[in-house]
Write a protein that binds this ligand. Structure first.
Ligand code: F3S
Length: 774
């Protein structure tokens, strides 16, 4: 109560442009003339030009590349650094759409909320200061450390039915809980939206999931998504939007739906969404967004926010919530799903120690009021019987709104009374920011209500088995301390040694006395005016942040007006031929390198350190063609750069698979790589390379891979024709061997018109900058 009242909201900036979207929808209906799914309505109504985008009609899904205009962007502190640095090279004074920055990933868990926050703010001060200065300069809403986790704050403040949002984080789809289409992207894609550059997306396919019946007892929204991930697998959603419908959707709260949408990312789905419901309307009102709900009601009345009868999905799944069982998914992969009734048997069969070492609830996936209220109802039952938790029990509230409300309503006290430790409103243990002292290097099992459970994800220990479950199951199990405990049937002994069994958890979807904002100093100024004179806070001696210089164009601008000048890459040196798997992790390693995400020169020291040289057979080995000396790959690449020697590499199949990590394309370009010639590329990485101005070519004949050796001199032929506008041009490479012989190798470029422009300009950002100046 000693905090100032929250600033008034600017509803305009948080309401999707419904009248415009409805006009666009009319056009979509004219072109396609068939029933539309909800996802199709939202995505296609955000086309820059509906007629052009859908020209020729079906088939659209999985076929056409759509140019879209997103409504909003959200960035978290780790990925925001490179997104903002890239944006700052584009010559814009303000962002073209509303953007928010959230400081959450860099806060580690150690001793509890207050001390952890203080320590993390100290150790990451320069990054937070930089982000705050950028927010001021460009008119971005800044949510500082302690305000909460990006996805929870977006749900509470920005998401809305029918919104199209991009976020630099893979769990951005969480915003789908309010019927938005929210997609996780890299920084360069976010910059497209921030500069009003059409953002390209291959039209996703659709997976329809019908939710029948109603959840009851120990089952919650988390169990629904654990079941879906188990059925569809970690790759099952690739290239698809998951659209849920049915009576089960109507009955669930918006935050429960957000839990389901959040973990669509675990199946590789583009995003997940739900039709507008009464519960969404209630959530909008409860979070002080009544005017947004009123506009959504009108858009719904015009048929925008639900699927048309008879619309078709590419794949279909049906789940009966009334017969669903609680699930535990893991270890080490989210799609290994076991029903609670079978879990005890699995523990025995696998010979795992029947001991739970830590129980963690909260995170962006599961820290709603309902989640906390249900967990607290279990804690109160245990407390009444004189019990406290047997394993450590940590609670991460998703936001200050949740934290303050559960404190006011006594739920925090309920959790603390049984031994729960409430952490800062931040990612903490979910992203490995957990300085866990016990069980180092030991096999042990933890239960979390988070979303990911890859090895070492939470505590850095590859032997920690992480099982994902609902907050209800995680909390109840913490009182038994055993993995084989089934709270539905098994009894515990109370403090007097008498048997006792939990009743199923209960909890309100929304707080009966409304939310309380708590510490309002965390709240940003709504739609702040940009202050262009603000300098970006980057110290010239910083090791973590560095201004990004735009990449030099490959060709001088006057060469494009003079057809006698040949636009070819001549005399590139082959730096190395990479053997086998080369994921974004091999190209740009994570771990200790993460702290350099905002400092390209320092991060570039890890370029290709995980790649295997096909000729020497060694990892991170390259030969300097001038001296003949062997060095690490970044060492040799840096030498080439220093000599002004452009280079290329030859790679194997599926080059760049793994994540959308854009540093994996920025770094080679920064070190003067012009061409990557691969047997095949991972799709997202190939786009990322092109965006940074690196030419991705594929061998026309797979076997030609071994015809180019490190040190060979490689030149393109036909690139000139392509860059001058002939998309059908053949691009080959001429390879000069050390003995003076020459070979011509056929390649395939597969570039779109836009991608050719990015190569012409030297990068997509250069193109944006030129257009901004025109
Ligand atoms: Fe943070 Fe974990 Fe979510 S890292 S954004 S709480 S997935």
């Amino acid at each position: 109560s000693s905090y100032p009242p929250p600033p008034p909201r600017d509803f305009k900036s948080i309401t999707p442009p419904y009248p415009h979207l409805l006009r666009q929808l009319e056009q979509v209906r004219k072109v396609l003339n068939r029933p539309l799914s909800l996802a199709e309505k939202i995505v296609y109504s955000h086309l820059v030009n509906v007629e052009e985008g859908l020209a020729g009609g079906d088939p659209i899904r999985g076929e056409k590349h759509l140019k879209l205009r997103p409504d909003r962007v959200a960035l978290q502190d780790a990925s925001a650094q490179m997104a903002i640095l890239q944006f700052s090279t584009c010559g814009r004074e303000a962002t073209a759409v509303p953007v928010s920055i959230h400081c959450d990933h860099l806060i580690s868990a150690y001793e509890g909320a207050e001390a952890d926050l203080k320590r993390s703010v100290m150790s990451n001060k320069e990054v937070f200061d930089f982000l705050e200065s950028a927010a001021k300069k460009y008119g971005i809403e800044f949510w500082g450390p302690g305000s909460g986790i990006i996805h929870q704050i977006v749900l509470e403040n920005y998401s809305a039915p029918g919104l199209l949002m991009l976020g630099c984080d893979s769990h951005t789809p969480n915003a789908g809980g309010l019927g938005a289409i929210a997609i996780g992207v890299g920084g360069a894609d976010a910059v497209d939206a921030m500069t009003a550059t059409p953002w390209e997306l291959k039209a996703p396919k659709l997976i329809g999931v019908e939710l029948k019946g109603e959840l009851s007892g120990w089952c919650s929204a988390k169990d629904v998504i654990l079941e879906v991930v188990g059925r569809l697998s970690v790759r099952g959603g690739t290239g698809s939007i998951i659209e849920y419908y049915g009576e089960g959707v109507e009955r669930m709260g918006a935050t429960g739906l957000a839990t389901i949408a959040n973990m669509g990312a675990e199946m590789g789905a583009t995003t997940s969404t739900f039709p507008y419901s009464d519960n969404m309307r209630r959530y909008l009102h409860a979070t002080n967004r009544g005017p947004v709900a009123d506009e959504a009601d009108k858009a719904q009345a015009a048929g925008f926010l639900s699927p048309d009868k008879g619309c078709e999905y590419d794949q279909h799944v049906s789940i009966d919530l009334s017969t669903l069982e609680p699930k535990l998914n893991g270890p080490f992969t989210p799609d290994l799903s076991t029903s609670l009734s079978k879990f005890g048997g699995l523990v025995k069969e696998k010979g795992w120690k029947d001991e739970l070492s830590a129980a963690l609830i909260g995170s962006c996936t599961n820290s709603s009021y309902e989640d906390m209220a249900r967990a607290a109802s279990i804690a109160r039952q245990a407390k009444a019987k004189g019990l406290s938790v047997k394993s450590s029990f940590m609670v991460t509230p998703g936001s200050e709104l949740i934290n303050a409300t559960i404190e006011r309503d006594g739920l925090k006290a309920d959790l603390e009374a049984v031994g729960g430790q409430v952490l800062a409103n931040a990612c903490g243990p979910c992203i490995g920011q957990w300085e866990r002292e016990e069980k180092k290097g030991e096999e042990n099992a933890i239960l979390t209500s988070f979303n990911r459970n890859f090895k070492a994800r939470n505590d850095g220990n590859r032997l920690t088995m992480n099982f994902l479950a609902s907050p209800d199951i995680v909390t109840a199990m913490a009182f038994s301390g055993k993995l084989s405990f089934d709270p539905r049937h098994d009894e515990l002994l109370d403090s007097e040694g008498k048997p006792f069994k939990f009743d199923p958890p209960t909890g309100d979807k929304l707080p009966q006395s409304g939310f309380t904002a708590g510490n309002t100093t965390y709240l940003p100024r709504p739609t702040p005016e940009p202050v262009p004179s603000t300098p970006l806070a980057i110290s010239p001696t910083s090791t973590r942040l560095e201004l990004l210089a735009p990449f030099e164009p490959h060709f001088p601008p006057e060469a494009f007006a003079d057809s006698s000048k040949k636009l070819e890459f001549d005399d590139l040196r082959c730096l190395l031929r990479i053997r086998g798997k080369c994921t974004t992790d091999e190209i740009s390693a994570a771990g200790k390198w993460l702290k350099y995400k905002g400092h390209l020169s320092n991060l570039a020291e890890n370029t290709f350190i995980g790649a295997t040289n096909d000729q020497t057979g060694r990892v991170n080995s390259a030969i300097d063609f001038e001296s003949g000396e062997e060095g690490t790959i970044p060492e040799v690449a840096k030498k080439y750069k220093a000599r002004g020697q452009p280079w290329m590499i030859v790679t194997d199949h599926n080059y760049g698979e793994g994540s959308a990590r854009e540093h994996a394309s920025l770094q080679p370009r920064f070190l003067n790589c012009k061409v990557i010639l691969a047997r095949s590329f991972a799709r997202i990485h190939r786009t990322n390379l092109t965006k940074q101005g690196v030419l991705p070519l594929t061998f026309a004949n797979d076997a030609d891979y071994s015809l180019i050796d490190a040190g060979d001199v490689v030149s393109t032929r036909g690139l000139d024709d392509l860059l001058r506008g002939n998309l059908n041009a053949d691009v080959d490479v001429v390879v000069k061997k050390a003995d003076g012989s020459e070979k011509v190798i056929k390649t395939v470029h597969g570039l779109s018109k836009d991608q050719v422009e990015w190569i012409r300009e030297g990068s997509a950002l250069n193109l944006i900058k030129r257009k901004a100046a025109e």
